[in-house]
Write a protein that binds this ligand. Structure first.
Ligand SMILES: [Zn+2]
Length: 230
């Protein structure tokens, strides 16, 4: 069941589902969606949304201020970023399995002739995922020891709205593959953030003081990450 609720100038899409808790999301395009349990009535949902109005506005402003990365064409001399450094793409067509080679300032993408734009995109994205999968284990290990937590499993995937997430009950952490484009300290900050969630699931005062204890300058890195295009 779907509908919408209007709150001042914000229209919220409402979906009633077989779920236990109400869930609110703000998307990069500014859209607001709420999923609520089937039995919840409109008035309760409206009151919930009113209580979250400040948070919704804050998220929308954040997305508005954050630049969106321009879509890539995967052609020669196009800029691509790896760990915060800029590389110029060079595409070579060769009838062999595709590969990526990172030079000093050049990123060479070798593809089979007539490889489509989507296929080039898939090859590059899986390469970024691999870079992150290689960079994460030593960082997770380091911070597990410092914090005395255990990560059971980590995942890497492309996410549109967040840099990472943590499943406190399962001790799983998830990282956005786009982090491989950002400076390395950004990745370390996200690792620390998600691992602190294993000690404190919510973003409360305790969470912030743990962040400061482990990474005193975390606010600076967070600001930098929010400034960089996603
Ligand atoms: Zn968090």
């Amino acid at each position: 069941m779907t509908g919408s609720i209007q709150l001042n100038d914000i229209v919220v899409d409402v979906t009633l589902k077989k779920i236990k808790n109400i869930h609110l999301s703000v998307y990069p395009n500014g859209k607001v969606k709420v999923s609520a349990p089937l039995r919840m009535n409109e008035e309760t949902i409206r009151l919930f949304l009113i209580s979250k109005l400040g948070w919704i506005k804050q998220k929308q402003t954040k997305f508005q201020n954050q630049q969106r990365e321009t879509p890539r064409d995967y052609i020669d001399r196009e800029s691509h970023y790896v760990w915060g450094q800029r590389y110029l793409l060079k595409v070579i067509e060769h009838d062999a399995p595709p590969k990526m080679i990172l030079g000093h300032s050049e990123m060479v993408l070798q593809v089979r002739p007539r490889t489509s734009h989507e296929q080039r995109n898939t090859i590059i994205e899986s390469w970024y995922r691999e870079q992150l999968k290689l960079a994460l284990p030593p960082l997770i290990e380091k911070w597990q020891l410092i914090m005395g937590v255990v990560v059971k499993k980590f995942f890497v995937q492309k996410m549109k709205t967040r840099w990472g997430s943590c499943n406190y009950t399962r001790s799983n952490v998830r990282f956005n593959s786009e982090l491989a484009k950002k400076p390395p300290e950004c990745l370390e900050y996200v690792v620390v953030h998600e691992l602190v969630h294993l000690l404190e699931p919510s973003h409360n005062a305790r969470f912030h003081s743990l962040m400061t204890q482990f990474m005193p300058h975390w606010k600076l890195i967070k600001a930098e990450l929010n400034r960089l295009p996603i």
